[in-house]
Write a protein that binds this ligand. Structure first.
Ligand SMILES: [Zn+2]
Length: 374
């Protein structure tokens, strides 16, 4: 009895702590839309139809169920409508030759033909397969753990934002939000990285609130504030000099851009009456591209040029003019991606040097700290 009592006292805080934390939440990820037909395969499938009439049925054994979405085409909707859900006691379903862990919902959305397919997946399984897509499953565990925490933060914010919205999902499986994979993208290492950081997100040190965090492939020497790249102020962002990524990925990129094109963008965005344009010497880490117009020194955000010229032509936001002729300017830059937040190749290098995930994150997000929310 005494032993039992002592054990209870010893373990009570842990018992209490784990009992008070909610388990991994379920994330609704839209993986496809405008589908005419949806075939889902699995074992002992339970199909619930909510529309046009409610019915429920279990299909014993391994079966493929077909859903025809054209019958909803004349539906007039204010928001969206959940039409069916499909699950299996095995928690594994196949769609489009890929295996998914979790359940599926089928919905119809306003102004969208056909069905939207929504994968309902535990946030931790979502993170395990995301690491293979948004980072690289063979990278060192500490870089994967840093990525897991950053991606989980993003997903939890989207989940809370869209919890009570009209949308039948929290986020998209796309570059617009985050790209995740399916069951076979998960590896021992990605599962370990998700498990060892389970429930961990980044919050602001000053008020313990969640605040958006971003990441991109390679900052190229300096990370950027969201407001300098997208124009909207995001609390808790920092721009840091990154000495870690330069030996990874492509060293430099070059691109030739016509001066007429630059002039057209400036006229459209900042100076409608622009006529002639002359460029003074530029430097790589400047956020702005300077130019003389009618003898006056003016500037346009380099990120604005990138937005208008496209991510293929302007690979990153760290670039400068290295040559000018009558018709063109030649830009040279370093990095890959928008450069806001975590630099993934920087995280790779830090992890290779033995730096832990927590320190990697505090380097790129100095105003945040890790908090376990479940
Ligand atoms: Zn970097």
């Amino acid at each position: 009895m005494l032993i039992y009592f002592t054990l209870l006292i010893l373990f009570f805080p842990f018992f209490f702590a784990s009992a008070s934390l909610p388990s991994s939440p379920v994330l609704n990820v839209k993986i496809a839309d405008k589908l005419k037909v949806v075939d889902i395969t699995g074992i002992d499938l339970e199909r619930k139809i909510f529309f046009p009439e409610e019915k429920e049925r279990v299909h014993s054994g391994r079966k493929t169920l077909r859903f025809n979405c054209h019958s909803h085409k004349n539906l007039s909707l204010d928001g969206s409508l959940l039409v069916a859900s499909i699950n299996s006691p095995t928690q594994v379903l196949t769609w489009n030759k890929n295996l998914y862990r979790g359940d599926f919902n089928l919905a119809v959305e306003k102004n969208k033909k056909g069905c939207s397919l929504i994968h309902r997946v535990s946030l931790e399984n979502y993170i395990s397969s995301l690491l293979a897509k948004e980072m690289n499953a063979v990278w060192p565990i500490e870089s994967l753990k840093a990525q897991a925490i950053a991606a989980r933060t993003y997903a939890v914010i989207k989940m809370r934002e869209n919890e009570s919205s009209e949308k039948p999902y929290h986020l998209l499986n796309s570059e617009i939000h985050q790209v995740t994979g399916h069951l076979l993208d998960e590896t021992l290492r990605t599962v370990k990285a998700a498990r060892e950081t389970q429930g961990e997100v980044l919050v602001l040190k000053k008020n313990q609130q969640l605040a958006p965090v971003f990441y991109s492939a390679k900052c190229g020497g300096k990370t950027h504030l969201a407001e300098n790249i997208w124009g909207n102020r995001v609390p808790g962002q920092a721009s840091v000099i990154c000495p870690y990524c330069h030996n990874h990925g492509k060293k430099k990129w070059e691109s030739k851009v016509s001066i007429n094109e630059v002039r057209r963008i400036i006229k459209k965005t900042t100076e409608p009456n622009l006529t002639n344009i002359v460029f003074p010497p530029d430097n790589l880490t400047s956020e702005d591209l300077y130019y003389y117009s009618k003898g006056e020194l003016k500037h346009i955000k380099k990120s604005s040029l990138r937005r208008h010229l496209g991510r293929k032509k302007i690979v990153s936001n760290n670039f400068s003019i290295i040559a000018t002729d009558k018709k063109n300017i030649t830009l040279q830059g370093s990095g890959l991606g928008h450069g806001v937040g975590l630099c993934q190749l920087g995280a790779l290098e830090m992890a290779k040097r033995g730096i832990k995930a927590e320190e990697i994150l505090s380097f790129y997000f100095p105003l945040h700290e890790i908090k376990k929310i479940y």
